[in-house]
Design a binder for this molecule. Structure first.
Ligand SMILES: NC(=O)C1=CN([C@@H]2O[C@H](COP(=O)(O)OP(=O)(O)OC[C@H]3O[C@@H](n4cnc5c(N)ncnc54)[C@H](O)[C@@H]3O)[C@@H](O)[C@H]2O)C=CC1
Ligand SMILES: CC(=O)C(=O)O
Ligand SMILES: [Mg+2]
Length: 603
């Protein structure tokens, strides 16, 4: 099926006409003018003050065997690499062969990390060419295993660690990072890594993996990304007991100490890189929400699990409406059960509420809350809950239903059309619950969204089996399509924030947005919800596959950039006319070798 970013843009962005008005002509063109002098752009040559092994050992500059003879001379590396100059195609052949020879996903992860550590250009070329296959290694599910084993497979440091012992020193420490330009920072405190719980400093592999997607799909430059762990300790006793563990050897800081440490970090980061986008990742509830609320109006930041998960899940539900022959505005007719009342569950449901209100069929948020039934580990949030719920969770309490009803009881009563799983617990979607749902709905929308695959609320095979092949299925980690009796295929979708954050980051970076606004997430959902073709929708395919993440990021990034201007938060200078989508596309990093030139006084 042919699919290009142009076709996405034509469908999703008012591409040609919307820029023809006077003010906007100036705005978007200016972005082009900025881009031309912006280091995000490819240069014909790269000037460096490094030479010799400093170059061959620098993953951002090294070309491995691909240095030309002229470069070897200029950079004093003649004799330091094998004599034959090999271009990138040959290098790709070698690394792909070696990768295919690795016999486990973890071995592939280690191989790819090593490649990233010696030659990032080649790493990203390989990743982009095999995005679907390799995203399952550098990202979920394998990255989960890599986090669990991070202290035993440790080879080389990447990113920055700010730990409890660094308190009082962070504003100086940020200058240890060698790059002045940082566009995107992904930070975790490792407190809830995917559905794997508290993994402390081992969580570093998550920011690294997310940022690899920012570069490969979102086109952010490799030297402009910074993965960070805030090591506030861990409550994971087996890590604390493990002599190989590399994080702080104490239990987690809590309360004021915790928030003070995060605040010191945010202040230090913001003082060195005031324009950088900060993505909070895998912070446990309620810290995740508290930090978002504290910083969202002060700096350029968002929480991935709350906000970009909400964008992609909303996109999935909107696309599923079309797949069921309905209009997207029929969202108000849906009965949605959300299992999981943490950062992701509440965040996703808030996105649905925002959309319901924006569509206008539902007049108030209170009315919108009635369309969603939320469960936590104790069951339905119903009348007279004796465990504490916060204000956000309170909004979903069903005062006319008994508290703590089981999922099966809720499904029996509510007859949901959509069921979302954001618990991190395998098996929460029971056979009885899904079969009951399927009795009342022709095409049940079943989204077990927890990661990695071993923690999904049900498998694809189970979902199709229990619904006699009628489910519209999406999961957080990839599941293979399912062949059902009679040869019919049950098509699976991956509904993961990796579809939304690369484009969000791209649009925010290009427009230099000072704030990340709710509209950006709503529009991201709208763009992605319109990408699947009618034929795909008929088969239950809601989004283009992971191999198209780069095209999707361009479509999302273009719209997010547009929103930044519409809402007055863009700060990129405005000068002359240019097509917005071209500006965004031209700013995207492409992994190609550029000639290196040595200059002693280059800074
Ligand atoms: N597909 C995607 O893009 C994303 C998926 N997720 C997944 O969502 C999961 C949850 O993440 P967070 O909300 O941040 O975690 P969290 O720890 O903040 O919340 C987990 C929630 O699940 C509930 N829960 C636990 N066991 C349950 C059970 N047996 N039945 C019903 N509810 C139960 C808890 O009460 C809590 O409300 C993780 O596994 C994560 O991988 C998170 C973000 C993005
Ligand atoms: C995908 C993701 O962000 C998570 O599972 O936490
Ligand atoms: Mg996450």
């Amino acid at each position: 099926m042919s699919f290009s970013y142009r076709s996405i843009l034509a469908k999703s962005v008012k591409q040609t006409s919307f820029i023809r008005s006077g003010i906007q002509q100036r705005s978007y063109g200016a972005l082009r003018a900025v881009a031309a002098s912006d280091p995000r752009h490819d240069h014909t040559v790269h000037i460096t003050s490094s030479r010799g092994v400093t170059i061959t050992h620098d993953p951002l500059l090294s070309k491995g065997t691909a240095f030309s003879l002229d470069e070897r001379e200029r950079l004093s590396i003649r004799g330091l690499v094998p004599p034959r100059c090999q271009d990138m195609d040959k290098q790709l052949l070698r690394v792909k062969r070696n990768l295919d020879g690795c016999d486990t996903p973890l071995a592939k992860f280690i191989f790819l990390s090593a490649l990233q550590d010696r030659n990032e250009t080649l790493f990203y070329k390989l990743l982009i060419e095999h995005l679907e296959e390799l995203s399952g290694i550098i990202y979920t599910p394998t990255v989960g295993l890599a986090c669990q084993k991070s202290h035993s497979i440790y080879r080389r440091s990447r990113g920055m660690y700010f730990s409890s012992q660094d308190r009082g020193r962070m504003s100086a420490m940020v200058y240890n990072w060698p790059h002045d330009e940082v566009d995107v920072i992904v930070v975790t405190d490792g407190s809830r890594v995917l559905g794997l719980g508290d993994l402390g400093a081992n969580g570093m592999q998550i920011p690294i993996g997310k940022l690899s997607l920012y570069v490969s799909a979102g086109g952010i430059r490799p030297r402009a990304v910074l993965p960070v762990v805030l090591d506030v300790g861990t409550n994971n006793q087996s890590l604390l007991d493990d002599p190989l563990y590399l994080g702080m050897d104490h239990r987690r800081l809590e309360g004021e100490e915790y928030y003070d440490m995060v605040d010191e970090w945010v202040t230090a980061i913001h003082s060195r890189w005031p324009n950088a986008l900060i993505q909070f990742e895998d912070f446990k509830y309620p810290h995740a929400y508290n930090l978002l609320n504290k910083y969202r109006d002060k700096i350029t930041c968002f929480n991935d699990d709350i906000q970009s998960t909400s964008a992609i899940t909303l996109a999935g539900i909107l696309a599923s409406l079309k797949a069921r022959g309905k209009e997207q505005t029929d969202l108000s007719e849906e009965r949605i059960v959300c299992v999981g009342a943490g950062s992701a569950g509440v965040g996703v449901c808030e996105g649905i509420i925002d959309c319901l209100v924006a569509q206008g069929k539902v007049k108030t948020r209170e009315e919108a809350y009635r369309r969603i039934w939320m469960l936590d580990q104790d069951g339905l949030l119903g009348a007279v809950r004796d465990t504490p719920l916060d204000e956000r969770q309170q909004s979903y309490v069903k005062h006319d239903m008994a508290d703590r009803l089981t999922l099966e009881q809720v499904v029996e009563k509510v007859k949901p059309t959509v069921i979302l799983g954001l618990t991190g617990i395998r098996g929460v979607f029971t056979e009885k619950a899904i079969r009951t749902m399927a009795q009342h709905t022709e095409k049940p929308v079943v989204f077990p969204l927890s990661n990695p695959d071993t923690h999904a609320e049900c498998t694809a095979e189970e979902a199709f089996k229990w619904t006699d092949g009628r489910a519209i299925f999406a999961s957080g980690s990839p599941f293979k399509n399912v062949e059902m009796p009679g040869g019919k295929i049950g098509y699976t979708n991956q509904c993961n924030n990796s579809y939304s954050f690369p484009g969000l980051g791209l649009g925010i970076t290009v427009s230099r947005a000072s704030r990340v606004t709710p509209t950006m997430f709503l529009e991201t959902a709208r763009v992605i919800a319109d990408l699947a073709t009618p034929e795909q929708l008929k088969q239950g395919i809601l989004f283009p596959g992971v191999s198209k993440l780069r095209d999707i990021a361009l479509a999302v990034g273009t719209r997010v950039c547009d929103v930044a201007y519409e809402e007055g938060v863009a700060t990129a200078t405005l000068k002359e006319f240019e097509l917005l989508s071209d500006v965004v596309e031209n700013s995207m990093y492409k992994p190609e070798y550029v000639p290196l030139v040595y200059h002693q006084n280059n800074h």
